[in-house]
Write a protein that binds this ligand. Structure first.
Ligand code: G3I
Length: 361
């Protein structure tokens, strides 16, 4: 195999009227055909993946990297306190590995999607024990199979105040702010080769609240780095609101600062919340593509993001259709492929950022 999809080959002018033979495609590619870029991928829901072969085909044909959307969350892995259930996660990860895809793990620590039994944990020592058991057990199983992990997800307060920069929730209430450091320490000990990510949302629009969230995130990174903890990347979820702008200048400064700190950027949950965009599909899709292009340009000033992962594949299946329904009753169109798996303009924007050599520069 050449490592090129047909689409990439078409993009390079390698197929079409003067299509070269497969043997020609199999020759090592000259350096001039290699281009810095991003790994491209999707979060995948196990239910879709099992029910509809088109989801699997899209992953096979278009993904460099796959995030199991829900299978690695506590609620799925830990239905009971004393027994882990790896059935769904194993299936998703085995599919990725068997087909040469990388896996991004989501998420080791999150205030949401916790199983009911965690509510009975009240003491600090008990919470610490469960956190340690969780991270050690999950990473021991997927060491060498999951290349990167959202170690902590959404730890910054939605609207941070000086006296409350972090999100209130289970882990903060049981362990205090040090739980972020603890999680990174445990993860790096359990899988020293894994790339460790701090993942969060609302980092891209031009509001003071968002600028404040970026500032707090940078402060946390500095603190973790000063303590010698390996934080390899920031995960920018990028659930983009169609009605908001992209803060180009703010993002350029942000990624510049990350670069100086030696921290990469991943776009981890990209989609467009289109509840307030125009009704006409063409206009809506064009607005979504423009928004995503603006974001990707702004975060690529120093170097392309390491990965661009879309939070789903087809408009057939997205959390946005549940949470951000349109008032006109029309179906949401948040993802790169429509409900019939036809590519949309936003897909062309994303795919154009793919690293040509199939691995990240
Ligand atoms: O698996 C069960 C199924 O057995 C049951 O029949 C069904 C009944 O409701 O629920 C199924 O679980 C649902 C799961 O999605 C899989 O469909 C959960 O109830 C539901 O809460 C869960 O929602 C996910 C949500 O996170 C909470 O985990 C969404 O799919 C997922 O898109 C969303 O993703 C989050 C990221 O993790 C973090 N960033 C924001 C993003 C969007 O909210």
């Amino acid at each position: 195999m050449t490592g090129l999809t047909r689409r990439e080959a078409v993009g390079l002018g390698l197929v079409g009227a003067a299509a070269p033979t497969l043997t020609a495609l199999a020759q090592p590619r000259p350096a001039s055909l290699e281009r810095p870029g991003s790994l491209i991928g999707f979060a995948s829901m196990i239910q879709d993946f099992r029910a509809d072969p088109r989801f699997r085909e899209m992953l096979l044909n278009q993904a460099d990297i796959i995030t199991p959307m829900n299978d690695l969350k506590w609620a799925q892995l830990r239905p009971k306190r004393d027994a882990f259930d790896f059935v769904d996660a194993d299936e998703a990860i085995a599919f990725a590995r068997a087909n040469g895809k990388r896996v991004h793990g989501h998420a080791l620590v999150w205030h949401d999607a916790l199983p009911g039994w965690t509510r009975a944990i009240v003491s600090r020592s008990e919470a610490e024990r469960e956190l340690e058991r969780h991270i050690e057990t999950v990473l021991a199983r997927y060491k060498g199979k999951v290349e990167s992990w959202d170690v902590v997800n959404e730890v910054i307060a939605h609207d941070p105040r000086p006296d409350a920069p972090m999100r209130q929730g289970f882990w903060l209430s049981r362990l205090g702010p040090g739980y972020v450091e603890t999680a990174f320490r445990l993860a790096s000990r359990a899988d020293p080769a894994a790339r460790l990510v701090i993942n969060d949302y609302d980092l891209e629009d031009p509001s003071p609240r968002t600028a404040n969230r970026r500032r707090i995130l940078l402060g946390m990174l500095r603190d973790l780095k000063a303590k010698g903890l390996p934080v390899h990347a920031v995960g920018m979820q990028a659930h983009l609101y169609g009605e908001r702008e992209i803060d180009r200048k703010g993002l350029e400064a942000f990624v510049g600062e990350l670069d100086r700190m030696g921290v990469d950027l991943m776009i981890t949950e990209l989609d467009v919340i289109d509840w307030q965009l125009p009704a006409k599909p063409d206009e809506r899709d064009a607005a979504a593509a423009k928004l995503v292009a603006t974001l990707l340009d702004a975060v690529s000033v120093t170097k392309p993001p390491q990965a661009i992962i879309s939070w789903g594949i087809s408009d057939r299946s997205s959390w946005i259709s549940e949470v951000f329904k349109r008032q006109d009753g029309l179906a949401n169109r948040p993802l790169p492929f429509d409900a019939e798996f036809r590519e949309k303009p936003v897909w062309r924007v994303i795919a154009s950022r793919r690293a040509r050599n199939g691995s990240r520069s």
